[in-house]
Every structure is written in structure tokens, then in C-alpha cells.
Design a protein around this ligand. Structure first.
Ligand code: CA
Ligand code: CA
Ligand code: CA
Length: 467
């Protein structure tokens, strides 16, 4: 225990500089700079805008040290700090606990550190680059997944459920997604390896990097290899209606991807990133010629969407079905380089995207294509690393701008007197608006009735799908 405390102490001392390293790396590696416009302070320039007049955005909390990802525990949030190894609780009003609920010893260079969290009632899963010799570039470090128990105030009783290599400063992946029932997924990047897991059949390996795993929490946290051939990823999400897993993937300079990840999916790296009908997507012609089938049973599939110029794609998220019911057939994706949130409309099977703009129908956002159809929000000045829906709002983590978390929610549910709290008021009761706005009240009542109608239909549908 004493050893852990000392390591944690050293971690926090060596924190200075970690952010800069990550940022420099971010601009040159996965988080390639595209049309981003940086101000003199290094933050993204531009007005923070949500391109939907029904919604508004506000700062929920800030002052965090490089927050990476969040999840909910009851109505509170647990947020991870990449470099300090701290797990911090924030209540629903945005008030940050003074003491962390847990500190883990992390190696925090570049894309390493405390990276991913998934809560499932009082079970909490964490993914981090664990430092066994203090937080220095010296080895050994490992990427680890632990299961913790939440006792109401702290994360206790850590049980190691997966250990993976951490020999490179970047490409650690590290995010989770929760499934429809008990399953939880997590991802690791390639850790700069080139083995059979990166589609080179001439290099056998048992080091399962560049992969997605499925934790069977109803079967003693058994971990199953689910997908391979992934360069790096900061985004996983499960469709609440179909149970399908979706993923974002980071290309080098070109072709960031969104993938539908079926069981035994092979994303094609290091032979290809991007769609196979584009010649410049092929990154290793020799491997590509051999065919992408090095791990038996894992099947290659093209991305469902790509950005030609890499944008540093990060979080992917499905909306909640109440306050974001109008987006029930859409999913959202964040990017680091431009601080954007994109929206993508699903087809009726929810296995592909639908586009109206002819330039997007080739499933690639090319440099001269128009972005309007898929742009939901910009410019989160510190980039976007996580998007989570909960407490009737969309929460957005923007790590570099004073360590901020933003909240996006519908305008009409917020009373004038409060800009922080979302009321629990059912939508129907909004017709009792203050007397000075009689017409607004009537209009809202009509909208409310329609929205509630939609919600009831969706809930019925969901219940039906669950059964
Ligand atoms: Ca791919
Ligand atoms: Ca595909
Ligand atoms: Ca195009």
C-alpha cells in the first residue's frame, strides 16, 4: 500500500510537461491537425456553437487536469484525469469533490495514463497504463483493466481482469462501451506492434494489441477477443436498440474511420486504413495483396464512414431517448483536432448511414465536401475526448481548455431562474409555464404532447426489443 502511495506521489510530481507532450504528439500523430484554427494560447479558436436551435450548451465543470473520460454513478459523474491517475466525483450540479475517490499509479507520457471507465451499478471498470516503477518513461509499464467495487464513496477491492503491453507512448486505446445486458467492451491500439494482430501473418504473436475485447460480467468477468486489426481507437458505443457495437478508429494522416464492429471483425490495419475502393487507403501493398485474413475467423470489413483528412476522431455515442428523442436514429462522434461533434443518421436496419449530400454518399468526407449535414456542434476549445448521455443531457469532455466538461440539453426544459439544474419536471407539466408567457405555454404544451407521444412509442419499442 505504501508503495502505491509513493508511486502516486511521484506520478503527480512528474505531471508537468505531460500535457505538452501529449499535445505535441496529438498534433503530429493520431490527432493530426487539419483545418483546425489554433489561437495564440494553443486552444482551438472559434465560437462554441450547437447547430440545432432546440439545444443549448453550457460549461458544467472545469479546473480538471486533463480529463479523459466519464461515466455516471447514480446522478453523479466519475471523471478520470489522464496524468494524475485520479478518479474524481462531480455531483449533478457540477461541484467537484475535493478528494478523489481513487488514485492509481499511471505512466502518463503522450497518450498513456488513466484512460477509460465503465460503471455498471456498483461495479466499476477502469483502463489505465499502469506504472510499476513510478511515472517515468522507463519500463515496465502495462495497460491494465481492473474491476472495482463502489462503496458509495470510494472504489475498492481492485481485481485485475486483463493485462496488455504498453511499450509505446501512444496507441493505447483505453475506452469502454456498455452493452444491452451484462457485456462490456474495451479497446487497445496497436502499441506500435506489427504482428499477426496487425495482419502480418509472418509474425505470430500472443500479444493481442490492436484489438477489441468483450468482458462477460455475468461469467466471472471472462474476457473474449472480439475484433482485431485496429490501429488505435478512442471511441466505442453500443446501439441501445440493436446491441451492435460501433467504433471510431484513427488513421495516420488520412482516413479516420467509423466502423460497425460485428463479432470477429478485422479492421484491416496495418494493410489498410479507410475504404478499399480508395488506392491511398492501402498502407502496405504487400500485406494487402496477401489478403486480410491472418487471424482465422476474423473478417475484414470496410468502414461505414471515413474522414479523408484525419480529424482525431474520439468518442462515439448514442443519444438518450428522452431529451434527445429527435435524434433516436442518429449517433454522435467527437473529434479532437477541431473540437467538433458530428451527427450521423442511421438507416432503418441501423447498420449503415444515410446521407443527402451527394459528396458524402461515397462515405468519405473529402477536403472539398460540405460538412453541414453531419455537423452537430463546434468549437469545443480544448478538443473533445468523451461524449456521454445521462441526467437528460449530453456531457462533453474537452481536456485542454482548463479541463472542462460541457453539457448540452434542450432549451425548452430549462426555467429562466436556473441555468445549471435540469428540472425533473415531466415534459407534460411544462404547459404550466408562468403566466407572462401564455402563448409559449400553449406551444410548449403541443410540442410536449408530441414529444411524449414519440417517447411512449420508443419506450414501447425498446421494451419490445428487450423482451
Ligand atoms: Ca479499417
Ligand atoms: Ca464495415
Ligand atoms: Ca466524399
Amino acid at each position: 500500500m505504501l508503495q502505491l502511495i509513493i508511486i502516486a506521489g511521484i506520478s503527480s510530481l512528474i505531471l508537468i510537461g505531460g500535457i505538452t507532450d501529449y499535445y505535441v504528439s496529438a498534433q503530429t500523430d493520431d490527432y493530426a491537425e487539419t483545418d483546425a484554427d489554433l489561437g495564440q494560447d494553443g486552444f482551438l479558436k472559434g465560437e462554441l456553437t450547437v447547430f440545432d436551435d432546440d439545444y443549448t450548451v453550457e460549461l458544467f465543470a472545469n479546473g480538471l487536469d486533463f480529463p479523459t473520460t466519464i461515466d455516471f454513478i447514480g446522478n453523479d459523474l466519475l471523471v478520470l484525469e489522464k496524468n494524475t491517475g485520479k478518479v474524481i466525483r462531480i455531483n449533478e450540479n457540477g461541484e467537484i469533490d475535493k478528494e478523489p475517490v481513487l488514485v492509481v499509479p499511471v505512466y502518463n507520457g503522450n497518450e498513456s495514463g488513466l484512460l477509460g471507465i465503465a460503471t455498471q451499478d456498483n461495479d466499476v471498470f477502469l483502463y489505465f497504463t499502469e506504472s510499476f516503477e513510478g511515472s517515468s518513461p522507463e519500463k515496465p509499464n502495462k495497460n491494465t483493466v481492473y474491476h472495482y467495487s463502489w462503496d458509495g464513496d470510494n472504489l475498492t477491492n481492485p481485481i485485475l481482469i486483463k493485462e496488455l503491453s504498453a511499450d509505446f507512448w501512444s496507441h493505447n486505446g483505453g475506452v469502454f462501451a456498455k452493452g444491452q445486458s451484462e457485456e462490456i467492451y474495451f479497446v487497445i491500439g496497436d502499441d506500435n506492434k506489427r504482428t499477426i494482430f496487425q495482419n502480418d501473418p509472418s509474425v505470430p504473436s500472443s500479444n493481442e494489441t490492436g484489438s477489441i475485447f468483450k468482458i462477460h460480467t455475468d461469467d466471472d468477468n471472462r474476457v473474449e477477443l472480439f475484433a482485431v486489426g485496429i490501429r488505435n481507437s478512442f471511441g466505442l458505443a453500443v446501439d441501445p436498440l440493436t446491441g451492435n457495437l460501433w467504433q471510431t478508429e484513427n488513421g495516420m494522416q488520412v482516413y479516420d474511420e467509423i466502423n460497425l464492429v460485428e463479432n470477429r471483425f478485422n479492421s484491416g490495419w496495418s494493410a489498410i486504413t479507410g475504404p478499399s475502393d480508395r488506392v491511398d487507403a492501402i498502407t502496405d501493398p504487400v500485406l494487402f495483396e496477401k489478403g486480410i485474413q491472418s487471424l482465422e475467423g476474423f473478417v475484414y470489413s470496410d468502414p461505414e464512414f471515413s474522414w479523408y483528412n484525419a480529424v482525431g476522431s474520439t468518442a462515439i455515442a448514442f443519444p438518450d431517448m428522452t431529451n434527445f428523442a429527435k435524434y433516436q436514429d442518429w449517433l454522435f462522434v467527437g473529434d479532437f483536432s477541431n473540437g467538433r461533434i458530428y451527427k450521423f443518421q442511421l438507416n432503418s436496419d441501423r447498420t449503415d448511414f444515410i446521407f443527402s449530400d451527394t459528396n458524402l454518399k461515397d462515405l468519405v468526407y473529402d477536403p472539398d465536401d460540405n460538412l453541414n449535414e453531419i455537423l452537430f456542434a463546434e468549437t469545443f476549445p480544448g478538443g473533445v475526448t468523451d461524449i456521454k448521455f445521462g441526467n437528460d443531457a449530453m456531457y462533453v469532455v474537452s481536456p485542454f481548455y482548463h479541463g472542462s466538461i460541457y453539457k448540452i440539453y434542450p432549451k425548452q426544459l430549462i426555467p429562466e431562474s436556473s441555468q445549471i439544474n435540469i428540472p425533473d419536471t415531466p415534459i407534460l407539466e411544462i404547459e404550466e409555464t408562468p403566466e407572462e408567457f401564455p402563448y409559449t405555454g400553449i406551444i410548449l404544451a403541443i410540442i410536449g404532447t408530441i414529444v411524449v407521444g414519440i417517447i411512449l412509442v420508443i419506450r414501447k419499442k425498446r421494451r419490445y426489443l428487450k423482451n
